[in-house]
Design a protein around this ligand. Structure first.
Ligand code: AMP
Ligand code: MG
Length: 391
């Protein structure tokens, strides 16, 4: 049995970045950039008014000043502002030559002769100067960036309309277990619905994978072998749930080995998810996840997601926050690292949720995050600042 950090290191060490492809800007969110993006122009590209107001020479304030023209956003000023003059400008418009400030319209009044008098003269210049945000040629996005909506804006600004991104990993999801039925069915007396299947699909899609669900397979070598062969043909990653523990019908690791998959570990000192198995074949990576849905959820979050992102060239940092523990946490055994579902309290802390173990899926669905309790730790005192991983 290896530590979780050891397992993560093995998994990450095996990830090879997939090929790149070009996508339209509209399809780029959630993808990982494989190119550096430079801006092709200064931003702002001209001295730009930050206000609706009057552009003039600060030395001429408080006026009255003669209005020589009105400049809309998108038009080019026709005149240079001279002594005793101003030009009306709109937000986003070019500031005319000669002017060194823009006074907001709220701080002005127009006299009977149409001249502008300024009621306040202590204002900031209200000009966004050419190139103050970005200089032409500056790198604005780096390789490995996971593209969120705010990065899409930067791509658009830079005119990068077909960015190069990593191909999405093709992930096969398989549920194993004779006791399982699909959610639309009513389980018989000894059966349960598969909750893993769609949870895993959703988690992997959240991480940008292209997922194919291969359904439920029976606990026989022949059935697992057939689906594994089929899944290996068209996917980069296989995720099987169930069948990796010590039971008589836990046949997944044997079938993995029989298909040329070298098993790199078959248990981790972690709770939940101890029997998590990982192997690598000639053209496929394979995770054998434990059957219980809380275990698969946690392992998909902490082990599989960082791996999927690594396949796309992105170094994943899970969102987290540091919060005070609202109630002392205690456990009897500390031989494994534990990941505990926690909930936020109304006063800004967190506490462990009532949790009966790794089949208790509703404990997880009401949780705001996961708390990692290190191996060897039995007690975390109330008030301790703990790192909570958002889910
Ligand atoms: P296993 O890892 O196959 O020994 O399964 C461990 C436990 O998880 C058993 O109680 C199974 O019934 C349950 N289980 C296995 N697969 C699933 C699944 N897809 N959805 C929900 N529970 C499952
Ligand atoms: Mg099973």
């Amino acid at each position: 049995m290896i530590s979780f950090d050891g397992a993560l290191e093995i998994v990450m060490g095996r990830a090879r970045v997939l090929e790149e492809e070009q996508v339209d800007l509209r399809m780029a969110a959630g993808r990982v950039l494989t190119q550096e993006v430079c801006c092709d122009m200064d931003m702002p590209p001209f001295d730009k008014s930050a206000m609706d107001g009057y552009s003039c020479r600060h030395a001429d304030l408080p006026g009255p000043l003669r209005v020589i023209e009105t400049i809309q956003a998108g038009s080019i000023p026709a005149r240079t502002v001279g002594v005793g003059e101003c030009a009306k400008v709109m937000t986003g418009a070019m500031v005319p030559q000669g002017a060194d400030c823009v006074i907001m319209v709220e701080h002005t009044e127009v006299d009977g002769e149409g001249r502008v008098r300024f009621t306040r003269t202590d204002s900031a210049p209200n000009i966004c100067y050419r190139g103050e945000d970005i200089r032409a040629g500056d790198v604005v996005l780096r390789t490995g960036t996971l593209l969120a909506p705010q990065h899409i804006a930067v791509l658009a600004m830079a005119g990068c309309v077909r960015p190069l991104v990593a191909r999405r990993p093709r992930v096969a999801v398989v549920a194993t277990g004779d006791e399982l039925v699909e959610p639309e069915q009513t389980p018989g007396p000894s059966q349960i619905r598969t909750s893993n299947s769609y949870q895993i699909c959703a988690q992997m899609e959240q991480a940008g994978a292209q997922v194919t669900y291969y359904g439920i397979v029976a606990d026989t070598e022949a059935a697992i072998d057939a689906v594994m062969k089929q899944a290996m043909a068209g996917n980069d990653v296989l995720l099987l749930s169930g069948g990796v523990s010590m039971g008589d019908f836990d046949l997944v690791p044997g079938v993995m080995a029989g298909n040329g998959i070298e098993i790199l570990f078959d248990s981790i000192a972690i709770k939940p998810g101890k029997p998590t198995t990982f192997g690598v074949g000639p053209s496929v990576y394979c995770f054998g996840l434990p059957g219980n849905p809380v275990s698969t959820f946690v392992q998909c979050e902490i082990l599989v997601k960082p791996f999927l992102y690594a396949l796309m060239g992105h170094q994943y940092r899970a969102p987290h926050s540091w919060l005070p523990l609202a109630e002392t946490f205690q456990r009897k055994r500390a031989d494994r690292e534990a990941w505990i579902p926690v909930e936020c309290t109304t006063d800004g802390g967190v506490r462990a949720r009532t949790y009966h173990g790794s089949a208790h899926i509703s404990a997880l669905s009401g949780a705001h995050g996961l708390l990692a309790v290190p191996q060897g730790t039995t007690v975390i005192e109330k008030g301790t600042l703990v790192r909570v991983r958002s889910i």
